[in-house]
Design a protein around this ligand. Sequence first.
Ligand SMILES: Cc1cc2nc3c(=O)[nH]c(=O)nc-3n(C[C@H](O)[C@H](O)[C@H](O)COP(=O)(O)OP(=O)(O)OC[C@H]3O[C@@H](n4cnc5c(N)ncnc54)[C@H](O)[C@@H]3O)c2cc1C
Length: 417
Amino acid sequence: MERTRYLIVGAGVSGLAVADWLGDEDYLIVEAEDEIGGYCRTVERDGFVWDYSGHFFHFRQPEIERYLVDRMGAQRVLRVERDSRIWYGDRFIDYPFQRHIHQLPEAEYEECLRALRSLPEGGGGSFKDMLYARYGRGIADRFLVPYNEKLYATNLARLDAEAVGRFFPHVSVKEILKGADPPAGDGYNATFTYPEGGAIQYIHALARDVRPERIALNERVESVDLQDKVAKTSRREIGYEHLISSAALISLLRMCGIRYDPDVFSHNKVLVFNLGFDRKGLEDVHWIYYPQKELSFYRVGFYDNIFGTDRMSLYVEVGLRRDAEVGADERGAMKARVLADLQTCGVVEDQALVASHEVLLDPAYVHITTKSDAEAASKRSLLAAQDVHSIGRYGAWTYCSIEDNIVEARSLAEKLR
Ligand SMILES: Cc1cc2nc3c(=O)[nH]c(=O)nc-3n(C[C@H](O)[C@H](O)[C@H](O)COP(=O)(O)OP(=O)(O)OC[C@H]3O[C@@H](n4cnc5c(N)ncnc54)[C@H](O)[C@@H]3O)c2cc1C
């Protein structure tokens, strides 16, 4: 039987960052797909560059960004001032909605203000309670609740108030009442960076010093014997000293034969359509949010306005319940609906679709609750006690960025070394 000191499951950001930081140590990465990158993959088709889903970057630690960019050689990294908007049916409202209610029709603006001036007492425990308590009915019912319900594909009363953490663009009532435009640098991604070759360039940068012979592609870890420290893959058995998994925590628990409550570990999935057209559409805007229940997607992004190219290149994100059927028929029907909806809301006029690609992210956004946090922590420490470390966005069952993944992976590699 083969043996390795560190067996790494998954060659996404987390798995590669661990290997990169382990350096000359004895490791092996086993990746189920036929290429590296996980959710940070990029496809190129008919001259269009598309990620698995719009991936834009806003590093909080400049040294991590520098570490990656320094390894990118001639690759250009664009720095872009975000232009993100909300489609309100007859007009665009700048994002975040709660800061720009002065752009609403007069009567609606007044209604939002009245609700803000008589906010209910207390915050309640759920994400939905928090939205009503902090922003009032006017803002919550017009955007925050319907939009987030589409995205998370669940009743927001099931999620914790802090479910979105630092990624929620909070604005104080005082600032809203001022009705002023936002100060420069507003929000967690007021400016973002994006490599010209797509998100995969960050993956190539991370993988630069990872030895290719230490990455086994097209090989899936199927089960793990915690006692004997042996992983069974689709090809062989591998003995390990430490197992580091970036697979979703629920998959790892299944591999290890550990039971869990699927209602605690709930999540949505996101079906992404990347669509290339023969001509340009809307100018300037980078992405648009859609709170309308009757429209299939919750967000549409414009790669052409990031790259400055002359053919409309979109990513369209559809939030689905975890049990939604997504076979070929359902995907075909959803694509037709997406194309029709893009016309309804004026994104597509008479442009012709010339290229497309679709991908399902499952899980995409985990539903964070007090219970899921507690359960994830307890399952992860149970595993860690047996030298199995569950990391990454889905291994930790959380909401985070690739930068967070790199920080976590490095600190684990340091600790294990
Ligand atoms: C819609 C969406 C938009 C996002 N946008 C951004 C953004 O703009 N900026 C940002 O910083 N982050 C963004 N993220 C988050 C980012 O994608 C993740 O943080 C990051 O890709 C997670 O990397 P990972 O390596 O932890 O997991 P993954 O990318 O999921 O990698 C896990 C790898 O493990 C492999 N694997 C799983 N099971 C097995 C098995 N049994 N055997 C072998 N291999 C296995 C998988 O094939 C995969 O390659 C976004 C996420 C989503 C869903």
